[in-house]
Design a protein around this ligand. Structure first.
Ligand code: GDP
Ligand code: MG
Length: 163
């Protein structure tokens, strides 16, 4: 079966926009309102002749509490369980948020390969906004624009290198 790439990140960072670009169809619902609950969406993609499955985990953006009252990042956990590579998306225009740091912490503990993509950097003049995301502790912080497509080739190069 094909390797699985799970797109993870807090609400409204552009996960579904990226998913639709990778899958080549408008399957996932792009929402201007954060926190809208949707089902998980699966699709197929390929890059440089390497096929893979993609999961948009945006349908499970809410937190849940375990019996000890600890918040569990459900989305990140499902991605960790199912993915061969996790594509962690953040909003480069907003800068690092506490929610990004929480997701990063869960992903770092997972031992799964993570590619960090810094989205909404629609032109190269904005690429410097990606540097502060190195503080999240991953190998690289790849600037890209899910909406315009710029940088998505570099992002996929990084993903496929970890498959
Ligand atoms: P999700 O909640 O993470 O799935 O985010 P969505 O894909 O639904 O996108 C949330 C909002 O960000 C929508 O208004 C998108 O049009 C916008 N957005 C997504 N990608 C980009 C991008 O690369 N550049 C800009 N400027 N806006 C984007
Ligand atoms: Mg979404």
């Amino acid at each position: 079966s094909l390797p699985v790439v799970a797109i993870v990140g807090r609400a409204n960072v552009g996960k579904s926009t990226l998913f639709n670009r990778l899958v080549g169809r408008r399957v996932s619902i792009v929402e201007d309102t954060p926190g809208v609950t949707r089902d998980r969406i699966y699709g197929k993609s390929e890059w440089n002749g390497v096929p893979f499955r993609v999961i948009d985990t945006g349908g499970i953006e809410m937190d849940e509490e375990d019996e000890m009252g600890n918040l569990i990042r459900v989305q990140a956990q499902i991605a960790i369980d199912e993915a061969d590579v996790i594509l962690f998306v953040v909003d480069g225009r907003q800068g690092v948020t506490q929610a990004d740091e929480h997701v990063a912490q869960v992903l770092r503990r997972s031992q799964k390969p993570v590619v960090l993509g810094v989205n909404k950097l629609d032109n190269v003049e904005q690429y410097a906004f990606s540097y502060e995301f190195y503080s999240l502790g991953f190998d690289e912080a790849v600037p890209f624009s899910a909406e315009h497509g710029r940088g998505t080739g570099d992002l996929l190069d990084a993903v496929v290198a970890k498959l």
